[in-house]
Design a binder for this molecule. Structure first.
Ligand SMILES: O=C(O)CCC(=O)C(=O)O
Ligand SMILES: [Fe+2]
Length: 308
């Protein structure tokens, strides 16, 4: 076994890095169990120094669960249906001015698939084309964020739920970002999915707090991007509370990954909020990701059945 394991960053409180993992290593049960343990206990695993291929990315993802074909067809990779390709080409994903800087790729803090009733358990991401500036993927641990909440706030949010809906514009969500976002060019994705939001992606509800099944630790289950309001509290007090939670979450310790070639990054999506910083506008940043299945079973549609 030729790989080594270290903390992602001393003092961060989450994350591991696995250096030099080979394709053959993951055929061994002990290695698979060890990697699953890092995923659940540490939330985020950066794999460096591996020979990255789509086949390895898919096989490594399968260590953590079955893979899901992503619900948004526009994102699926033609060559490998288990992969989605995220292409930050201004024509596809749009061009934005973020706090006065023209950028592509900018994506506010979120949990994947929070806009459907069943959120996937994880993702394994690679960078195909790295931006010359920006395009960092940021992570916040929502277990740590929960632990850092004042006790009074923990008591206040117990049992509450948040209503979410898919948002296709990075500046279009009330709690998504405090940055000033101006659309310069609307991308194909927003043009194609935007008009179908209410029919294809009606609002869903997820609990604000849930218990990590394997560890019993509580998670502050807040995804700022796409959050509409606290269920039953779409009023000034409810929005003040949600605003405090979002401020708390986004001020919690964060790790921003500066991509290098031959890296893969795995996260527990039930627990790690993530975001992308804006990147060089005249470049095409390309990422590929798997979607690791699993349903925590606590989300539901707001109004009965979702349109087929
Ligand atoms: O492009 C990235 O760095 C991450 C995008 C993202 O949020 C995801 O893949 O879930
Ligand atoms: Fe994401």
């Amino acid at each position: 076994m030729g790989y080594s394991v270290e903390a992602l960053r001393e003092g961060l409180g989450f994350g591991k890095q696995v250096i030099g993992l080979a394709r053959g290593d993951i055929d061994r049960d002990a290695v698979r169990a060890e990697l699953r343990d890092y995923w659940i206990r540490d939330g985020l695993v950066v794999f460096r120094g591996s020979q990255v291929t789509p086949e390895f990315q898919i096989a490594l993802s399968r260590v953590f669960g079955e893979l899901e074909v992503h619900p948004i067809p526009e994102l699926r990779s033609a060559a490998h249906p288990e992969l989605i390709t995220l292409v930050s080409d201004k024509n596809k994903e749009g061009l934005f001015e973020v706090d006065g800087v023209e950028s592509v790729a900018f994506l506010p803090w979120h949990s994947d698939l929070i806009f459907v009733d069943s959120i996937n358990h994880g993702g394994l991401l690679t960078a195909k084309t790295i931006a010359s500036w920006g395009g960092q993927t940021g992570f916040i641990d929502q277990v740590q964020a929960y632990e850092l909440l004042p006790e009074t706030l923990k008591a206040e949010i117990e049992g509450l739920e948040i209503v979410y809906q898919l948002c296709v514009n990075p500046g279009g969500s009330r709690y998504g970002t405090k940055s000033r976002v101006r659309t310069i060019l609307t991308g194909d994705f927003e043009k194609s999915v935007g008009p179908r939001l209410d029919t294809d992606y009606p609002p869903v509800v997820h609990p604000i707090v849930f218990v990590q099944p394997d560890t019993g630790r509580k998670v502050l289950n807040v995804s700022p991007f796409g959050a509409l309001h606290i269920l039953g509290h779409d009023d000034a007090a409810g929005h003040a509370l949600l605003g405090r939670l979002v401020d708390h979450l986004t001020a919690s310790p964060a790790y921003f990954h500066q991509w290098q070639p031959s890296e893969m990054l795995l996260w527990d999506n039930w627990r790690m909020a993530h975001c992308v910083t804006g990147a060089a506008p005249d470049e095409v940043r390309i990422m590929e990701r798997t979607t690791i299945m699993g349903d925590y079973g606590l989300g539901r549609r707001l109004h009965g059945r979702q349109a087929a």
